[in-house]
Design a protein around this ligand. Sequence first.
Ligand code: ATP
Ligand code: ZN
Length: 735
Amino acid sequence: MPVRVPVLLPYPFAGPFDYLCPPELDLQPGDIVLVPLNRRAELGVVWDESGLPDGLASASAPPVPAHKLKPVTARMDGPPIPRTLRRFVDWVAAYTLSPPGLVLAMAMRAHSVKPETVPVGWVRSGSNEAVARDTPARGRVLAVLADGRPRPTAALAREAEVSAGVIRSMGALGLLREAPIDQPAPFALPDIDHQAADLSPNQASVADTLGEMVRARRFQPVLLDGVTGSGKTETYLEAIAACIADGRQALVLLPEIALSSQWLQRFARRFGTEPAIWHSELGSARRRVTWRAVSNGEAPVVVGARSALFLPFPDLGLVIVDEEHETAFKQEDGVTYHARDMAVVRARLANAPAVLVSATPSLETLHNVEQGRYRHLTLLSRHGGARLPSVSAIDMREFPPERGRFLSPRLIQAAADTMRAGEQAMLFLNRRGYAPLTLCRTCGHRISCPNCTAWLVEHRARKQLCCHHCGHTEAVPVHCPECQAENSLTPIGPGVERITEEARETFPDARILVMASDTLPGPKSAAEAVRRIADREVDLVIGTQIVAKGWHFPGLTLVGVVDADLGLGGGDLRAAERTVQLLHQVAGRAGRAQAPGQVLLQTYTPEHPVMQALVANDFGRFMQREAAERRPGHWPPYGRLAALIVSADSATDADHAANALGRCAPRGDGIEVLGPAPAPLAILRGRHRRRLLLRTRRDTAVQPILVHWLHQWRQTTPSPRSVIVDVDVDPISFL
Ligand SMILES: Nc1ncnc2c1ncn2[C@@H]1O[C@H](COP(=O)(O)OP(=O)(O)OP(=O)(O)O)[C@@H](O)[C@H]1O
Ligand SMILES: [Zn+2]
């Protein structure tokens, strides 16, 4: 009787496919196998019989009769996918309504159909040695290999002072045989006694609590909050030390791993070695080595981006999410998931604590604390007696900049004073490029993207207009494309490039550094920029949200926010929360050492609660206000949301499909559907987009409702091929 095994393939199928298990393979769940699929050999993973949890996933196809099944071709060498990772894949698929194979694909990025090449070298075969000693050259080779250590051909030839030909002929004669060369462990064990910090009593008590939680080996989510510069990182490094001491692995998620040179340095200072790093730009060789090391337990600490959640930890003992409020943790394309929330799930499956870290925690996390689901640990003050910066608003109506300029005289004065005192200043504007809009003064035409509902952003250094949504670029035209007027196009509003131009004119002697994702394309250039600031080779830093990251620049005492109102438009559910978090984070870069810091917010709405909260440094009260606004309408975190984004090649098809979805929308107590409506980005990359929003009460899961809804819609409406419906559970972006 042939045995069936379910094999999950890394593709968007509804579930695993059955294959036959050849008896000699004795396959176990988790084994990575080669299987035939449409005449090609594909990698897959032997999955578990139980299938997906709670009936959340879409129904899979009826079983194929045994005589039609194809056998598994081979089992790949190397470690299997552990059970907790398989459960995690199932869980993420069910929660996000994604095909499980697509989630599995994220766990298989280190694998390819080509077998891994294991480096091999020569050892003595032990036979015919008398023959071998006939010639002095062969004798020397055997002598070198007397220690039993395999050596590759070139190295052996060098050591024995023979030609490579001698070695190859010895191989052909059976005097030598090949043996795998042991690779040194790729990551050194962090030394927990290397340089332990001298923690303040508050820090030490928090670190002790975290350490106990690690040793308890139980799932426990916890919020670690504390003002910027209070030593949250320093404190959770001690929790990592406890985890290493306990012999388990720790995972740290950072929102932008490419910008974490200072974090890595701190880790190295504390533990004497660097951790394993995981992100999407890792080269394929490094990726394989790291995957394998994690799988063998030889990577005690991994720091990574979202995708590090899908590494095969055999014994995960601690999960940390730093800057947990960051929206960068939400993956928007492919499988749409929130890495912060999934990190908590990952920790639960591993029976480990999950530590969410932030100076400005999200309302979601604060709500979980309030409900008693998460523990709460707090660091009360800045380390070493450093004071929090004083924050004030500059009312731009009262102190306007010169015509055609963007910096208020008050901000210019403060920056000049700071630099004169030998300290550093920073100007923050969360907008890349020179100007966000190009307008014709003659006819009023605005240059927009041919593929998207968006203005093109001028990048003057590159002499281009760019779409920040689809990447379209074109040369800045001389004539207006609409009325043909010459030299009539004019930039409207500032981006960092334009602020830099203004700063160069205003402070001709200042050493200026620009930090934006397009001026600092890789981790190396970012690290170099950070070094230059820390080494005081820069007087004025001008940047986008890159500068808000957890940097510690002791000489930086002034932060000027060029447009504090920027994030408040658009009517997004979390616009105010996000603006407070971002600006608080930027403000937190000022005055982290002895000299006190000052933060100036340029705003046209100083009376806005966001500005008031920042000036009063009263984040708690602001969040209570946010809570009070969201609670009555069951907005998250007091209710649940899921977005359906319908897209199609034509507006008619998009409307047709969206209206049909609207007609079969779910109804019921505590269930509400908003839309369909054109998305704010009504056209993106040439596709027409409509949105529907499902809102339920917190005690009502959205997944079963969505599954039923989409099923109904497919049954009743035949849709043109170009129609795609994307599901976004817990949406963060509403564009
Ligand atoms: N106990 C300590 N001993 C020595 N240095 C410390 C200690 N605690 C904190 N520091 C130093 O103070 C600075 C701020 O600490 P840290 O970066 O850990 O704070 P944070 O709360 O994570 O900050 P942010 O939220 O702004 O990123 C760092 O340079 C850190 O090395
Ligand atoms: Zn575009």
